[in-house]
Design a protein around this ligand. Structure first.
Ligand code: ADP
Ligand code: MG
Length: 629
């Protein structure tokens, strides 16, 4: 017979901890969020061995009053909400009251904290949920938490930890996200005693980005500021020059909270699609703001996901915000004949080492466990005092921005110099205008593929295939958007097996599919039959196109008819139909192509994101001939 057990509190806590504490990075996230909620504007994070043996977070926030310390470590204890109503207005990062209890259930946790209003601080220690110290102590305002021996009492979980290097990488990613979501807080992150990340905390997103990605990155940043329908999107995004091979640099935050959402990533990537090569991902740091009542942040134990009341609106605003920002820039890739400095440096240059780094040697730790506790406490006290002594010497809070920059040697952002080819993409006055077109002089065709054009003091080099492809693509898209696409019957018809959800999607979007040239009919049971496909895409239409379109409809919650899979097909068609490289075309044809190209909103990239043209300045050429230096 099966017996049903009621679990004891210790087991319950360990299970709950599993949801919040997956790895050292989750601890760092929770503790830093607590510091931010406590109003800290300076946070120091130190880890050793990837955070598996030691994590220490020190802040200059409000601290915890002596009478509250023990409560803070109880499950579901929080000072941030008092009932379920509050869940929909919560502006703090934490509110579930689980972090401290979860962390202390699976590690050895020690805290020194002092509330500003009180004369004494508190020293508290709790190991695997068992309290061992609660005593008053002298301490500066703020909180230090020391987390050691992660998963010492849950060896099964410990096995899931990766190497120290991998875990440290996760911690660094977490700190980076926190820093980008809170430019008003100065973060310092040490791994194994070496500074890995430091931000100025001067409330400038740009300076924060520079401190992390290096000053070169600043040259390629575009500002976003878009406010519509109750959603505000601000931030900085990279021009295509900052694109990456993975999604790691797609940062976005909602009300200063880090979250993940495939739909937001999709909106970002869709907006960049005309400008980026395939398999390239953009650089973005976007701050979204919305009324907290329009979302539910309490759907994931680590608060990493948000449920939106209207997710297609979020998609649309992100897409529009970025598209607008990108379209005002002229996206001409610069060609510098000189070698260029690398665009990113993950670690800021010349970050001053902080004196407060106090490290102990393993052999100094007493063997006797009581003595070891005292040793660690002493070591921690020194640490806290040093942190605060330094804080007085370097007060970030009262420092004007310019000076704060100077102090941390965050490199100044150079003004783009107008005569340098590396900054051509920043030219305020556009090269490609219909006005300037009059002065274009087509010099001729090079290698049967490229066209050389003189325009004022610049030389444009146009890739005939990319340019033609772009023009054809835009023509097709316009046609699709303006008029219904005629349908072309196929023999034999294609039979589709659809899930219940897919059937609903087809039913509710049947008109849109018809407008696109599909002819659909319900068939036996759950099947549908496709009798006609878009005529212009007939040779590229197959079941996959339809299935891809259905998938994208599902992802985007029935958002729009125009799907990316369609887009992809159109791009392929345009590519097939366009003149190729190594094909002779006449000057007349080139003239016509140039004219049509210039009427496009984005003439700079082909549908696959490759540039249609590059530009070289006269001064760059003269430099090569040493006419000027
Ligand atoms: P939550 O953040 O969801 O409230 P936690 O378990 O993370 O729950 O923290 C419990 C409480 O402890 C917080 O509500 C807060 O009052 C207090 N607290 C935790 N960390 C700090 C800190 N660094 N500074 C001040 N108060 C803190
Ligand atoms: Mg918290």
């Amino acid at each position: 017979m099966t017996t049903i057990n009621i679990l004891d509190q210790n087991t319950i806590d360990k299970i709950a901890a599993g949801e919040v504490v997956e790895r050292p990075a989750s601890i760092v996230k929770e503790l830093c969020e607590n510091s931010i909620d406590a109003g800290a504007d300076r946070i120091l994070i130190e880890i050793e061995e990837g955070g598996t043996t030691n994590i220490r977070i020190t802040d200059n926030g409000s601290g915890i009053a002596a009478s509250e310390v023990r409560k803070a470590f109880l499950r579901h204890s929080t000072s941030k909400i008092s009932d379920a109503e509050d869940l929909f207005s919560v502006m703090t990062l934490g509110f579930r009251g689980e972090a401290l209890s979860s962390i202390s259930a699976v590690a050895d946790v020690e805290m020194i904290t002092k509330a500003k209003e009180e004369d004494y601080g508190t020293h508290y220690r709790i190991e695997g949920g068992r309290e061992s110290t609660l005593e008053p102590t002298g301490a500066p305002d703020g909180t230090t938490i020391y987390v050691r021996r992660l998963f010492f009492n849950t060896p099964a979980r410990k096995k899931f930890l990766r190497t120290s290097i991998t875990e440290a990488g996760h911690v660094q990613d977490t700190v980076l996200k926190l820093a980008l979501s809170h430019p008003e807080v100065a973060f310092t992150f040490y791994n194994q005693g070496v500074i890995k990340l430091q931000t100025p905390g001067n409330d400038s997103l740009r300076d924060t980005i520079i401190s992390v990605y290096g000053k070169e990155s600043a040259k390629n940043l575009i500002e976003v500021d878009h406010h519509r329908d109750g959603i505000r999107i601000t931030g900085l995004i990279g021009d295509p020059g900052l694109s990456r091979g993975n999604r790691k640099c797609e940062h976005y935050f909602m009300n200063n909270r880090c979250f993940r959402d495939p739909l937001v990533s999709k909106a970002i990537e869709d907006a960049y699609r005309p400008y980026l090569m395939q398999h390239k991902y953009p650089f973005t740091v976007l701050h979204l703001e919305m009324n907290p009542e329009d979302m539910d942040v309490n759907v994931h134990p680590a608060k990493l996901e948000i449920r939106f009341r209207n997710k297609s609106l979020v998609y649309k605003q992100v897409l529009d915000g970025i598209s607008e920002a990108l379209s005002v820039r002229e996206m001409l890739p610069d060609v510098s004949l000189a070698p260029k400095a690398p665009v990113t440096s993950p670690v800021p240059e010349a970050v001053p080492e902080r004196k407060s780094e106090i490290r102990y040697k393993k052999e100094d730790v007493p063997k006797d466990s009581e003595a070891a506790k005292d040793f660690f406490f002493e070591e921690m006290r020194k640490r806290v005092n040093a942190f605060h002594a330094e804080e007085q010497a370097v007060s970030y809070r009262d420092t004007p921005r310019a000076e704060a920059v100077k102090m941390d040697e965050i490199p100044e952002i150079p003004e783009p110099a107008k005569d340098k080819p590396a900054q051509l993409s920043f030219f305020e006055d556009k090269i490609l205008t219909e006005e300037k077109r009059k002065d274009f002089r087509i010099i001729g065709q090079l290698f049967n593929t490229y066209w050389l054009i003189e325009s004022e003091d610049k030389m444009l080099m146009v890739d005939q295939h990319a340019a033609h492809e772009k023009v054809l693509y835009e023509r097709l898209i316009k046609k699709i958007q303006k008029e219904n696409i005629p349908s072309q019957m196929i023999m034999p018809p294609m039979v589709l097996k659809l899930s219940l959800r897919e059937q609903q999607l087809v039913k509710s979007n049947i008109h849109e599919f018809e407008k696109m040239g599909f002819e659909l009919e319900p068939f036996e049971g759950s099947d549908y039959v496709i009798r006609g496909v878009p005529s212009m895409l007939s040779e590229l239409s197959d079941k996959d196109l339809f299935a891809e379109m259905l998938d994208s409809l599902e992802e985007a919650a029935g958002m729009s008819t125009y799907s990316m899979s369609m887009d992809h097909r159109i791009a392929t068609m345009a590519c097939k139909a366009a003149v190729k490289g190594r094909q002779h075309i006449s000057v007349k044809e080139m003239e016509a192509l140039t004219d049509e190209l210039l009427t496009l909103e984005n003439p700079y990239n082909c549908p696959h994101g490759r540039p249609t043209m590059i530009v070289l300045s006269k001064s760059e050429i003269e430099k090569k001939f040493k006419r000027i230096v």
